[in-house]
Every structure is written in C-alpha cells, then in structure tokens.
Design a protein around this ligand. Structure first.
Ligand code: P6P
Length: 338
C-alpha cells in the first residue's frame, strides 16, 4: 500500500476535526520543510564550509556553531511570512522574534532549539531540531506579543516534535493525538509516514545519563543509578545497559523507539540552576511527545508539563521515558524528602 506523506496525514487530521486548524497545518508543514533544509546543510559537513564555531556566544553563554546560527535563520525565514504566527522564540536568541509588520500575524507561538546537540556537529554524531507550538492566550491574533505570552506550562502546547539528523532524517510529531514518525525520502523530498501509534514500553533495561557527573548528583539519582549498576544480583534483579549520545534528540529518539529512561537531573556543579536543559524548547516538547507515547516526564519531583515558566530560557531537571522507571526515580526523590 502506498505510504502517506506528511501533507496527507495533516489533511486527514484536519478533515477528521482533530484540532488541526489550517494555520496549524501550515505551521507544521513549514517547520518540516525548514528541517529538510537544515538536514541538507548538516549533511554537507566540511564540504559546506559550515563546521566549526563562531566567535559569538548565545544567551546560554555557549559558543555558537556556524550551523546553530544558520539553522536558526532557516527557521525564522521559513516561518515569518506565512501569517500563522504571532511570534517565535529560540535557544539561540535572547529575546522573542516578532513577526515583521509587513507580514500578517496569527495566533500561534513557535519555540525551537534549532540545532540541539551541536557539540556533536563537528564529530558527525546525530543532532536535531526540537520545536514546540503554543497559542496566544485567549487565541488573540496579532495582538502585541511579549515574552509573557510564551510563559505557559507545557500542558498548553498544541503540537510538539523533533527532527533527528542521523543515518536517516526522521521527524517525530504530536498534535495531541498520539505520536507519529516520518522519514525523509531524499529522492522526492517528501516526509513519508513510517511510524504510527508509537508507544514507549513501561519498563526498560536501558538508562541514559552522563555518568561523569555522578559525584555531583542528588542522593535519589545516585540511589537509582547505583541500583541499575548493581544489576541482576542487586535490588532491581536485572542487568541494565547504558547509552549517552550527548544529543538529547538522539537519546530521546532511541527511548521513544525501544524504551529507556533519559536523565539530566539537577547536580551540585551549579546548585542555583535546576538543571542543564531548557524548559520551553527542549523539556516541554520532549515531555509532550513522551507522554503522548505513554511515557512519563518529571523534573524528579513534579510533572514537567505542569511547571509554570517564569523566564523564557529557564532550565529544568529532566527525568523522562519508560513510565515505571520515571515513577521509581520520582518516588526516590519523594522518599528523600520525608
Ligand atoms: P553533556 C547538548 O548540548 C545538550 O543540550 C543535550 O542535547 C544533551 O542531552 C546534553 O546537552 C549533553 O550534555 O553535559 O553530557 O555534554
């Protein structure tokens, strides 16, 4: 049977009345088209003269890679003229990006990490684009937009997804009706539906964490990982495997495909920061995808999607993936507080 394209999937969602407004369909197709452009630029590697770092730093104080900035520009330019957005926000930009007055404005807010895992660009390890879609509060179109309109909890997202630029270029998407996956057909340039009704196994034998930070972890995290490392003869009664790609998109894609638990928890290196990863355009979209696939996502204590943001670039501890494992880690945090 002929496989569906992204456009066909979105048109069918629109027809079936599943909260798929034409402007949301345009938004998703536009982001998906931008991800194709980014995939092409990334795949050129050294041939594109785009590897390496710039002299600039982003708002996170991280050295920007050339492809970070290019990917950000691709997403801005692709989305600003369509009339579907009120504004955009990005890991690479300190302030929100308003839609130029020469273009119509819409009700949606688009947030993205244009190229996540960029420390892996120069060593040819999978990286990706993460995006999150919110609506203007009260659906007010074209009203003046400030950072405040973006500060909505993750449960308010109307769509979320990521593209992973790996051996295949894959797009994972949720519009609140479960999670579907598309593979880029480079011969036709189409996103082809290759995975539906994606479900994360509730149990796993695979954990994903940067072990070099072990001495800085809080006791509940240390307890959980020590038990995994104790294996068959320990309290878990089974051996565990470890994976850490240091590219959230790639690590999350693995666990959404075969199960697992991903952790970037608070640690004592910078005790005033709740974690390394960003809430609005990394943790929230990934948490929506994980929950839509039957998994769980907390900051160790509370559901990530319930966190009320206070600033655009705030960070958060992240524990997400196979439901039973995430619940165990959260339980250990609660026991540590009694
Ligand atoms: P570390 C990439 O820089 C990133 O933001 C995530 O994609 C990834 O999971 C994490 O940081 C890796 O961090 O400390 O292991 O290099």
């Amino acid at each position: 049977m002929k496989r569906k394209t992204l456009t066909q999937y979105l048109v069918e969602q629109q027809r079936s009345g599943q909260s798929m407004k034409p402007e949301l369909r345009l938004l998703i197709e536009t982001v998906a088209r931008a991800c194709k452009t980014i995939s092409h630029a990334v795949s050129k590697g050294a041939l594109g003269g785009l590897l390496g770092a710039l002299e600039t730093e982003n708002v996170q104080g991280e050295v920007q890679k050339k492809l970070d900035v290019i990917s950000n520009e691709v997403l801005l330019e692709a989305n600003e003229w369509g009339g579907h957005l009120a504004a955009m926000a990005s890991e690479e930009m300190e302030t929100i990006h308003l839609i130029p007055n020469r273009y119509p404005k819409g009700e949606f807010l688009l947030l993205f990490d244009p190229l996540d895992g960029s420390s892996n660009i120069d060593v040819n390890v999978s990286i990706g684009t993460i995006f999150s879609v919110l609506q203007m509060p009260n659906g007010v179109e074209g009203a003046d937009v400030t950072e405040n309109e973006f500060l909505q909890p993750g449960r308010a997202q109307v769509a979320a997804g990521y593209a992973v630029y790996g051996p295949q270029t894959v797009l994972m998407l949720t519009i609140g009706q479960g999670v579907v996956g598309f593979t880029l057909d480079r011969e036709t340039g189409s996103w082809i539906l290759t995975a539906e009704d994606i479900t994360i196994p509730a149990d796993t034998k695979e954990f994903s964490i940067n072990m070099s930070n072990m001495r800085h972890w809080a006791p509940p995290v240390r307890r959980y990982i020590d038990e995994c490392l104790a294996g068959k003869t320990g309290p878990r009664g089974k051996d565990f495997n470890m994976r850490w790609i240091a590219s959230m998109v790639a690590d999350v894609h693995r666990l959404i495909t075969r199960g697992g638990i991903f952790m970037y928890p608070w640690d004592s290196r910078e005790p005033n920061k709740p974690g390394k990863l960003r809430l609005m355009y990394e943790a929230n979209p990934m948490s929506m995808l994980i929950e839509q696939a039957g998994g769980a996502a907390t900051d160790g204590n509370q559901r990530i999607l319930d966190i009320q943001p206070t600033t655009l670039h705030q960070r958060v501890g992240v524990v997400l993936g196979s439901k039973n494992e995430v619940e165990r880690v959260t339980q250990y945090h609660q026991e540590a507080q009694t």
